[in-house]
Ligand binder design. Sequence first.
Ligand SMILES: O=C(O)[C@H](O)[C@@H](O)[C@H](O)[C@H](O)COP(=O)(O)O
Length: 309
Amino acid sequence: MATCSISLAAKLLTTLRPPLRRSPPCVQSFVTRTIARVSVISADYKKLNFRVKSSMGTEKGKGKVQVFDTEEALAVSLAKYIADLSDHFSKERGAFTVVFSGGSLIKSLRKLVEAPYIDSVDWSKWHVFWVDERLVPKDHEDSNYKLANDGFLSMVPIPTGNVYTINEALSAEGAADDYETCVKHLVKINTIDLSQASGFPKFDLMLLSMGPDGHVASLFPGHPLVHENKQWVSFIEDSPKPPPQRITFTFPVINSSANIALVVAGAGKADAVNVALGDGQNPDLLPVKLVSPEGELTWFLDRGAASKL
Ligand SMILES: O=C(O)[C@H](O)[C@@H](O)[C@H](O)[C@H](O)COP(=O)(O)O
């Protein structure tokens, strides 16, 4: 509305230019200065309006795409997004089920452990899961639990009993079955929602990241696990990204989520982001293209990751 009235005023003043030449010099000077001022305001407003629109995101049929100037700005926005969902689900369901991935995502959660969220979030309602986990001891450098614990969980008062880790003493297959049994029990007691549409568990929020090859969770390009459609949790023993033995949620579980945030930073992932958000390309070869939740998908990209869009 404001853009509209400013540009209308600018146009009106411009049409006054010819009769202006016949006016006294002081009137000419006043009108000229006003035209210049209105033009500057109009240009500034257009710039501001563009900035607001781009930070609010664009609907692309592939979810809401948000691009941030820096990873720092991304982290600030991600914290608010998570805190808002936490508030919503804690009040609505009395629980907030959150699924983490490994990798750089954990670092991007750092603003949640600061004011105001450290005090305003009801951490007692959080239930934490992993979309994939590596079959290594919990104190191993490759453990996704260790990564999340060192960088986030140890700094917030989530009850220990609400943090669901794998049993890494089992085989990969055994650990996947065991994690699936745990999730089934939590669905039964209504801690985790169940999707009426798919019959798979419906987590309130999945925080996913993506590898430069377009993998999400431990679902890798060209691997048959990408097509698993019965199991909730499966296992892989030949992961192309080390370590080789892992367990992973399957796509039907990922896509039954109420909310998915795809958090991608860095120019090294720009090609995959470009293909993911474009048309074409066999989804087998770019698993991220199969992320299509029942609920909302929101991309959090920094300028580097979005540089080829
Ligand atoms: O345990 C894992 O390996 C993951 O969960 C994996 O899916 C990860 O999220 C991506 O590989 C992105 O990792 P980066 O953000 O570190 O590139």
